[in-house]
Design a protein around this ligand. Structure first.
Ligand code: PLP
Length: 469
C-alpha cells in the first residue's frame, strides 16, 4: 500500500516537472513573439488570437474529457502571464492620480495655497440634520457595537424602496449589501467574482481603481478604448468582441468618471442582452447618478439578472468621509460579497448607517440644489475652456470634464506635475484613466472663482509648454 502510494507520488513529481518545463518553454516562445511584435509595432494583446487559443484548448478538453472551466482557466493564466511578460512592467494607472493627490497634500501642509481641481470630493455641505443624528446616537451610546456585515435591515429596506420607486424595480432587501463607501462595494464585487486569469472588460477612459482591484485579484483586463472624437461612445461591435472570451465582469461607469458620459438606454439594453447571454455580470458603478440633468438609464431598469449595481452616499449626500455605500445584486452574489466584509472591516459602523437612513428620509432639496450648482459651474467652465487651445465633449452629467490639449507631444502627467510645482494647481493627468496622455481631468467640486483661477493658470502653463517645444 505505502509502496503503491509512493509510486504515485513519484509519478506526480515527474508530471509536475514536465509541466514546469513546458510552461518555461511556453513563456520563452511568448517572449520571442513579444519581441517580434515590438519590432513590427504590433499591439501586444490580440483578442482574436487569444480566442483561437482558448477555443483550441476547449476542443482538446472535450476530446480528452477534462473539465472545460479548469482548462480555460489554465490557458487564461498562461495567456495573462505571456502578455505580462511581453508588456514589461505592468502599469497601475491609479498611481498617476494618487501621486498628484499626495504631492498637493504635502504642499498644503507646507503652507502653500493649492487650487485643487484633481479631487472628486463634492463641496456639498453635509446638512446639520445628519451631523445632529450622528451626535445624538453616539452621545446616547447607541449603535456603537459590531453589527451585521450585511448592514441594517431598516437601511436596506429603505434603499430598496427608494430604488423601486425611482426605477420601477422589485428589489428586495436581501439583494442589498451596505459597504464602507462605493469603493468597498466595487472591491468586494471584484474580489468575490474574479480569480487568477479571469477576464474583466473595462471601457476606457475609466476611473483607475477598477483596474487596480482587478490586478489585485490577478484578473486580466480587456480594455475597450473609446475616444473624444467619437463623443466617448461605446459601440456594440467592440463590446461583442470583448465578450467573446466569456469575461467574468464588464465594468460600466455611468455617468462616467472622467468623461461625464451617460450611456444611452439602447446601449445599456444591448450590452445587457449580450453580457447575459455570455454569463458575464455587469458591474455598474452609478455613484454619480444624482448628478445627472439628463434622463438617466440605470442598469436596474434594464436588467433582471447578471448585474452588480454600486452606489454611495458620498457624492449624492456629500458624505465622502462617512464611508458608506451599497451594492445591489442577486442574493447569492451579495452573500459572497458579504464574506469579504466579514473577514475584513466587519461592518459599516451602525451610527453611520443610521445617519444614512436619515439622509434618505429627510427633504432632498439641499442635494437636488447641488445638481443645479454643478450645471451652472459647467456652463462657466465650458466658456473659460473655449478660450484655450483645448477640445472637449460637454459632459452629460457627473462631476468632471476631460479636455484634450491641442498641442503636439503633450504629456499630461509631466504637465500636471509642472503645473502643481510652478502654479500650485492640481489636475488629474489623462494617463490615470487609460492611454490618454493629451487629456486631463478637471473636477467641478469647488467654487467657480477657484476653478476659473485654476483654468487661467492652466492656459498660461499650456502656452509655456508650447513655447518650450
Ligand atoms: N466610483 C467612482 C467612479 C468614483 O469616482 C468614486 C470616488 O471618487 C467611487 C466610486 C467611490 O466613492 P466612495 O467610496 O466615496 O463611495
Amino acid at each position: 500500500m505505502t509502496e503503491e502510494l509512493n509510486g504515485y507520488r513519484k509519478q506526480i513529481i515527474e508530471i509536475n516537472s514536465q509541466i514546469l518545463r513546458l510552461i518555461k518553454s511556453r513563456l520563452e516562445t511568448a517572449k520571442k513573439i513579444g519581441e517580434l511584435k515590438k519590432k513590427r509595432n504590433l499591439p501586444i494583446a490580440n483578442l482574436k488570437v487569444e480566442s483561437d487559443l482558448i477555443n483550441g484548448a476547449l476542443k482538446l478538453a472535450r476530446e480528452i474529457d477534462l473539465d472545460e472551466s479548469l482548462s480555460s482557466r489554465a490557458i487564461n493564466i498562461l495567456i495573462a502571464e505571456s502578455v505580462k511578460l511581453q508588456q514589461g512592467v505592468s502599469l497601475d494607472r491609479s498611481t498617476f492620480l494618487y501621486n498628484i493627490f499626495e504631492k498637493a497634500n504635502k504642499l498644503e501642509l507646507m503652507g502653500e495655497k493649492v487650487i485643487r481641481l484633481e479631487v472628486g470630493e463634492p463641496d456639498l455641505e453635509c446638512p446639520m440634520e445628519l451631523k445632529d443624528a450622528l451626535k445624538k446616537t453616539v452621545d446616547e451610546r447607541k449603535f456603537i457595537k459590531y453589527c451585521s456585515s450585511k448592514g441594517l435591515a431598516e437601511l436596506r429596506t429603505a434603499i430598496s424602496e427608494n430604488l423601486n420607486q425611482k426605477y420601477g424595480t422589485d428589489i428586495k432587501e436581501n439583494q442589498i449589501l451596505i459597504t464602507n463607501g462605493g469603493k468597498l462595494a466595487i472591491f468586494s464585487a471584484i474580489l468575490s467574482m474574479v480569480s487568477h486569469g479571469d477576464r474583466v472588460v473595462i471601457p476606457e477612459p475609466t476611473w483607475p481603481v477598477y483596474g487596480s482591484t482587478v490586478n489585485l485579484a490577478k484578473g486580466r483586463i480587456d480594455s475597450i478604448h473609446t475616444c473624444f472624437e467619437d463623443s466617448w461612445n461605446l459601440n456594440m461591435a467592440d463590446i461583442d468582441e470583448a465578450l467573446t472570451l466569456n469575461p467574468k465582469l464588464f465594468i460600466l461607469c455611468t455617468p462616467n468618471n472622467p468623461t461625464g458620459k451617460i450611456f444611452s438606454k439602447n446601449l445599456v439594453e444591448a450590452l445587457g442582452v449580450s453580457a447575459t447571454r455570455k454569463g458575464t455580470y455587469i458591474l455598474s458603478d452609478e455613484v454619480y447618478c444624482a448628478y445627472s440633468p439628463l434622463p438617466f438609464e440605470s442598469v436596474l431598469k434594464v436588467l433582471d439578472s447578471h448585474f452588480i449595481y454600486v452606489n454611495s452616499f458620498s457624492k449624492q449626500y456629500g458624505m465622502t468621509g462617512w464611508r458608506i455605500g451599497y451594492a445591489v445584486s442577486d442574493p447569492g452574489i451579495i452573500n459572497k460579497m458579504q464574506r469579504i466584509l466579514q473577514i475584513s472591516v466587519t461592518c459599516v459602523p451602525e451610527f453611520i448607517q443610521h445617519a444614512a437612513l436619515k439622509a434618505l428620509n429627510m427633504p432632498q432639496d439641499p442635494f437636488t440644489n447641488y445638481v443645479k450648482t454643478l450645471k451652472m459651474r459647467l456652463d462657466v467652465v465650458c466658456k473659460a475652456l473655449d478660450r484655450l487651445p483645448l477640445s472637449y465633449v460637454r459632459p452629460d452629467g457627473g462631476l468632471y470634464i476631460f479636455p484634450k490639449v491641442n498641442t503636439e507631444r503633450f504629456n499630461s502627467d509631466v504637465f500636471a506635475h509642472k503645473l502643481l510645482s510652478e502654479e500650485k494647481v492640481a489636475i488629474a493627468p489623462g494617463e490615470a484613466f487609460g492611454n490618454y496622455p493629451e487629456h486631463f481631468r478637471l473636477s467641478l467640486s469647488t467654487g467657480v472663482d477657484n476653478i476659473l483661477a485654476g483654468i487661467e493658470k492652466i492656459g498660461v502653463a499650456i502656452k509655456g509648454w508650447q513655447k518650450e517645444l
